[in-house]
Design a protein around this ligand. Structure first.
Ligand code: 8DG
Length: 152
């Protein structure tokens, strides 16, 4: 029997900006953008895994804030869960130390400007919806052009 393995992704926020990370490997994912994170190790809580992965991959000191409702299938046996997270005040700025070769802080209006991994789009859409709901005025987080078609 194959166990499901949780991959945790961070919706790392700076104000209302979301950090997107461009994967450098493996070849089939390289060049596409994702929420930084990684696999939860045996005995580890997802939030701990996320803080560890953000330290390893980006060199930052971050804390998780809340779970983004939902779970999104990746290639079996993996499934993506997402937490919002913020940098601790004394944290270094994120740097692409491991697994990534580019980082971008996206304003709500820029969220769909990067080529997200297909499997991340539903999760990013949920994050965008929550950011938009948290706004009192101003920019619109929008949705990807294919969102309406996907809803058939
Ligand atoms: N981190 C992350 N991985 C994702 C996302 N979307 C997605 O399909 N994946 C895939 C890529 C990988 O096959 C798997 C997680 O791998 P990873 O390479 O980030 O995890 P890890 O750091 O624990 O990797 P490793 O120890 O095996 O090197 O999930 C995402 O948004 N974030």
């Amino acid at each position: 029997m194959t166990e499901r393995i949780v991959v945790v992704g961070a919706a790392l926020l700076d104000g209302d900006r979301l950090l997107a990370a461009r994967r450098s490997a493996p070849p089939e994912l390289a060049g596409r953008w994702e929420l930084p994170g990684g696999k939860v190790e045996p005995g580890e809580r997802p939030e701990e895994a996320l803080v560890r992965e953000l330290r390893e991959e980006l060199g930052v000191d971050a804390r998780t804030v809340e779970r983004v409702p939902g779970e999104w299938p990746l290639r079996p046996p993996y499934a993506l869960q997402v937490w919002t997270a913020r940098l601790e005040p004394a944290s270094a700025a994120p740097a692409p130390l491991q697994d990534h070769d580019g980082l971008r802080w996206l304003t709500p209006g820029e969220i769909w400007d990067v080529d997200w991994l297909d499997q991340d789009i539903p999760a990013v859409r949920e994050v965008a919806t929550r950011l938009r709901a948290g706004e009192r005025a101003g920019a619109d987080a929008g949705e990807p052009p294919q969102a309406a078609a996907d809803r058939d």
